[in-house]
Every structure is written in structure tokens, then in C-alpha cells.
Design a protein around this ligand. Structure first.
Ligand SMILES: [Zn+2]
Ligand SMILES: [Zn+2]
Ligand SMILES: [Zn+2]
Length: 252
């Protein structure tokens, strides 16, 4: 799994901010909106498609995609879906999107022109596959959704074999925690040190990763409040690290 974006909803640097993190020269402190490209069972899957998707896809050299999985419909996770136009015209791939019903309802509002009876020339043909928290297949690959809470909003994370991608989580119940046993690596979000109404704080994210027993944990959806990559890394136990754009995470 390649991290395409490790930043919170506004990205880092934040427009107009002069803090040391936003002015940092370390490339790991340039955080696009949260997304990952997962290579799993012969498939290339994009998890979330935020406003930075075009830049991220160009940097990653995206030449193939088999599916787009959406965790939830906040704009930092869906704002780049209009750029799926390019996938149809250059890769010849009509976008296939896996999401739950409440996400589809939001897509129909934000991207109404993708659902018109007669599509405007150049608008791609979206194929929507509805999912819930039950495991599903894309081709031969089994993907396990994990039901999480993002404040009051139910969202999904995804498990791909020994790897899991979770973001925008503030709570998860014990039954869903069972789906996170025996993982080699996973991501989890945190936006700041202090409590947030819809995201784990840094201490909560660390505690959550330790509770899963995952071998390697990566923090994502990071804001400038958490300090630089180097400062954040220095505060973490050895098996937990901050993610950064371009980081490749592998099963062991
Ligand atoms: Zn988000
Ligand atoms: Zn800043
Ligand atoms: Zn969100």
C-alpha cells in the first residue's frame, strides 16, 4: 500500500499559515489529503479520492486502477472524484466505485451531473457497487470492511489481507475490533494531541494501535498541530510511525 496523502482535511501546509510545520523544508511535512493506493491480490485499488487526487496520481505514476473504495463522503475524501474523467479517457477504464448507501446519497448531491439521464460529453460512466460492513470481493480478492464511528457518522475502514487502511476514526466497537486481529500493518488517523469530536487524538490513536496488537502502525490524516514529521516520530514507540506521502507499507 502506498500512502498518496497523509494530511488532514486542509492539507499541510495550510493556506496562509506561517507556523514552523507549514514552513518546514522536509518533504515528509508536505501532506496531501488522506488517500492510499493498495496493491492487493493482483488489483490496484484507490482508497478515497480527495481534492489532491490529480496531483497524487501524477506523482505516483498511476497507469492502472481496478477500483475506488470510499470510506465516507467528507469532501477531503471524495473531492477529486471529478478527475476520474481522465481514467476513462487515458486508461480506458470506466470507474468502478465501492461505497455504502449513505455515501452514494452524498455523491448524487455533490456530483449530480455524473448521475444525469443523459451524460454531458466527457462525463465518465461510474459503476457503483454498494457495500456494508460485510466482506466483499473484487475479482478474486476478499476485502473486509471495518465499521468505525467518525464522531456521529458511521464510516468504513478496509482490511486487505494482512494490511488495513483506517482513517477518520474516533470510535470502534469490540466486535469490529475482532476484524483487526493478526495484522502486519495498519494506518489510523490522528489530527492533534488533544481530543477532537470526530478524530482520535494522538494518545487515543497510539492506544488503539496497541490494542490491535498490529506489528507496525502508521499515523495518517495529520495536521500541522502535531509538529513536524521528525518531532512526531520522536514521541512514538518504535513500532508506530507517522505516515508520509509516498510511503510504501508492505505485509511482512
Ligand atoms: Zn478526513
Ligand atoms: Zn501551519
Ligand atoms: Zn471525515
Amino acid at each position: 500500500m502506498e500512502i498518496l496523502g497523509s494530511g488532514t482535511s486542509q492539507g499541510v501546509p495550510v493556506i496562509g499559515c506561517d507556523c514552523p510545520v507549514c514552513r518546514s523544508a522536509d518533504p515528509r511535512d508536505k501532506r496531501h489529503r488522506a488517500s492510499a493506493l493498495v496493491h492487493y491480490a493482483g488489483l490496484d485499488l484507490l482508497v478515497d479520492c480527495g481534492p489532491d487526487f490529480r496531483t497524487q496520481a501524477l506523482r505516483a505514476g498511476l497507469k492502472r486502477l481496478d477500483g475506488i473504495l470510499l470510506t465516507h463522503a467528507h469532501m477531503d475524501h471524495i473531492g477529486g472524484l471529478d478527475d476520474t474523467r481522465a481514467l476513462q479517457w487515458t486508461l480506458g477504464w470506466e470507474p468502478h466505485i465501492w461505497c455504502e448507501q449513505r455515501v452514494l446519497d452524498a455523491l448524487k448531491k455533490h456530483f449530480h451531473y455524473m448521475f444525469a439521464q443523459e451524460l454531458y460529453p466527457g462525463v465518465p460512466t461510474w459503476h457503483i457497487h454498494l457495500i456494508d460492513e460485510r466482506p466483499f470481493r473484487i475479482g478474486g480478492a476478499e476485502i473486509v470492511p471495518i465499521r468505525c464511528m467518525h464522531g456521529k457518522l458511521p464510516i468504513l475502514g478496509f482490511r486487505f489481507g494482512k494490511l488495513a487502511y483506517l482513517t477518520d476514526v474516533s470510535g470502534i466497537d469490540a466486535a469490529e475490533m475482532e476484524k483487526l486481529r493478526d495484522l502486519d500493518a495498519m494506518t489510523i488517523n490522528c489530527v492533534m494531541h488533544t481530543p477532537h469530536h470526530s478524530h482520535f487524538s494522538l494518545p487515543q490513536a497510539v492506544e488503539f494501535l496497541q490494542r490491535t496488537g498490529v506489528k507496525e502502525g502508521y499515523l495518517t490524516h495529520l495536521s500541522h498541530y502535531l509538529g513536524t514529521h521528525a518531532e512526531l516520530e520522536a514521541q512514538l514507540p518504535p513500532h508506530i510511525r507517522p505516515a508520509y506521502d509516498g510511503l510504501v507499507i508492505s505485509a511482512k
